[in-house]
Each structure stands twice: as C-alpha cells, then as structure tokens.
Write a protein that binds this ligand. Sequence first.
Ligand SMILES: NC(=O)c1ccc[n+]([C@@H]2O[C@H](COP(=O)([O-])OP(=O)(O)OC[C@H]3O[C@@H](n4cnc5c(N)ncnc54)[C@H](O)[C@@H]3O)[C@@H](O)[C@H]2O)c1
Length: 393
Amino acid sequence: MIKENCICIIGGAGHIGAPLGLALSSKGYNVILVDKNKKNIKIINQGQMPFVEEKCAKLLKKMIYKKKIFATNKLDEVRKSKYIIVCIGTPVNNKFNPNLKNFINFFYDLRKHLTKNHVIIIRSSIYPGICNKVFSIIKNYCKNLSYCPERIAQGKSIVELPLFSQIISGQNYKAKLESGNIFKKICKKIIYTKIIEAELIKLFSNAYRYINFSISNQFYMMCKNQGLDFFRIRNLMKDNYKRNINIPSAGFTSGPCLLKDTMQLSKFYNHKFPLCDKAMSINEGLPKFIIKKLSKDHDLRKKTVGVLGLSFKAENDDIRDSLSIKLLKKLKSKKVKTLQSDEYYKNKDNINKNILIKKSDIIIIATPHKAYKNLKIKKNKILVDIWGLIEKK
Ligand SMILES: NC(=O)c1ccc[n+]([C@@H]2O[C@H](COP(=O)([O-])OP(=O)(O)OC[C@H]3O[C@@H](n4cnc5c(N)ncnc54)[C@H](O)[C@@H]3O)[C@@H](O)[C@H]2O)c1
C-alpha cells in the first residue's frame, strides 16, 4: 500500500540522492534510498557516508537511529512510497552527446511498479526534451511527473538547499503542486516554471559557470606566457571597481557536472555553440598548458613533480573527471617522476603533503584544499599555484 509520508530516492546512494534523502528525512519523511551500488548501500545502512558531504555524517547516524531512512537495491520498494525522486546519472559519451540509455531504461523498469497516485520527480540534470520522453514512457501508468532540478554545489547540499530557490515544473497541476509542497519543506523559495524552462535553467546555469571559469583560465594562461601574476592583476581589477567583483579565480574547472551539462546544452543546439567549444578547450587544456610551460624552462625527466590535491574540487574526495588526475596521468605518460597527495581522496600511492613538498623539485597545487593555504615552500622549489592559493596572501 502506498504511504503518503514516504519518499523513494532512486540513485539514493549517490552524491545528489543521499544528501537530499537526509534533508527530507530530517523534515519528517520516511525515506528509502534505492540504488544499484550495493557497496554504498551497505555503508549507508551502517550509518556511514560513502563520500565526503558536509554535515551529512552526523545527520545520517541520527536518521538511521530514528529509522527515518534506509538504503536498498530493491526497486519494488517504490510500491510503498507515494513520491519517487530520480537522481541517477545522466552522462555524455566520448563524442559529448547525452548517453541516456540507463536513464531511459530505468523508466521502463519503474513503470511496472507505478500506480496513478504516485508522484515522480526527476532531479537529475537532463537534456532538454527528456522529461517529455519520460512522460511518453510512463503516462499510461502514471501521469504525475515533475522536473525539479538540483542546483547545489557538490559537497554542500545540506548547507545550500535551505538557501536556494527550487525550480518546479511538471506535466500536470498535481505533480507541480505536490512536488512544490515537498521542496517547500527544505528550500527557501519555490519557483514554478514550464518544463522546458526548468531544463534550460539548469543547463544554462552550469554552462554560464563553465564559460565564466574559462575566461579566468584564459587570462591566467595569457599572464603566465607574459611572466605576469594573474592573481595580482585580478585583485587590482577588483579594487574599488564593482563591475569586476565577480571575476572568478583561475583553476582546474572539472568534475562530473559543469562540462557534461555544457555539452548537453551544446548538443541541444546541434553543437553550434562555439562559446562552449572554446570554453572546453581552454578549461580541459589547462593541464597540458602547465606541463608545456614547465617543460620550456626545465628538463622534467630530471625533476620530481609533486601534485598536491587530486579531487576535482576543494574539501571533497570525488575524483570524477578531475583535471588534477588528468595532469598526473599526463606527467606519468611523459615518464616524469611524480608524487601525489590529497587530503580527502584515499589512494595507496598518496603520501603526506609535507613529505611531498620535501621530496619534489616542482610542486603543483592542483586542488585548492584549505590545508595547502599555509604550506611552507622553500624558495629553491618551483611552485605552480594555479588557484592563487598561496600567492593570494
Ligand atoms: N554531483 C553534483 O554536484 C550534481 C549537482 C546537480 C545535479 N547533478 C545531477 O544529478 C544526477 C546524479 O549525479 P550524482 O553526482 O549524484 O551521481 P552519482 O553517480 O554520485 O549518483 C548516481 C547514483 O545512481 C545510481 N544508479 C544509477 N543507475 C541506477 C538505476 N538504474 N537504479 C538505481 N540506482 C542507479 C548509481 O549507483 C549512483 O549511486 C546527474 O544527472 C547529475 O548531473 C549532480
């Protein structure tokens, strides 16, 4: 029997699903995290987070103790729950076209369990038009489909959800209304839109950020080629001049979302989106640029290069699509002796940051973990500080 107060989250053991489940369970819902990943299911049911996510570890322990949340791989659990929130991955293939096979197939599996009273909420970031495609798959089983995109920064769900507006769109009034009622409990404000508007709001937001970062990365490369300090110039640009206040830092722009969603948008525009192509070649080209620049001045095969930070972003352990890893692999492929360290991502080849600094001739701060801010690096070492983490001081 369907329970009104129960929410099933599909992809519930993932980076978006798990924190969302915790936020909802803390507001009184009974949450079932459905996922294919048995390892993460086990970890979650033991009250541990499978990855770094601010404020989640304590909350998970509390919600497990109160029996407000559990994880399972059984999709038929959706039969018990009125609401089904879908947070599974929406990757692009190696030609940067959306690879939606797993996503679409999921709805063929799901519809066998649906009744007309369910409310299905898509939370994944999707290619425009996919909501309508999903509707055509499930409409004879259930018509209550909404699209409510996630816009938090990974690692910050619990902190950011209450601060942001939630975009709500849906195929019918019931889907919109009921989805809005759920998100009202955990978000600051609800904004109702058309489905296509919601799909574009999500992709435009990520593409806008991705392109913005590429501007600073381009400026950084220009400065490096001129022997100038981009971070000093950036500070001067912002000094008492409000139009420049939002110019981002340079740095590795990577991870599982920004590039992927920019590419989904590009595909939507038949790949006639030159801004996005340029942004991609600048952002993805930064590791190559750094190695090329270092190679000009040094014989890298006679040096030890230490890479500080491997995750795709600061204070996180996720290495999906990390440019720090791309940099490390490129150095290794050139037979350069490398050392690696990270504060969050665990790997058998990692060493302590201070030992890395001691043993390396060249040190690259690839991920701006806070722990690197106050590092003492001797003058005889070559420091590449892509994020301006140390130079900023
Ligand atoms: N990570 C972010 O910062 C972020 C932010 C906003 C939106 N998004 C979007 O949210 C979606 C999920 O991203 P994520 O980072 O959480 O990915 P993730 O890989 O961490 O989580 C996805 C989860 O879905 C599970 N899964 C895949 N297929 C399944 C199926 N058929 N049945 C059950 N479980 C299945 C996987 O095992 C995994 O645990 C993507 O569309 C992404 O673009 C991500």
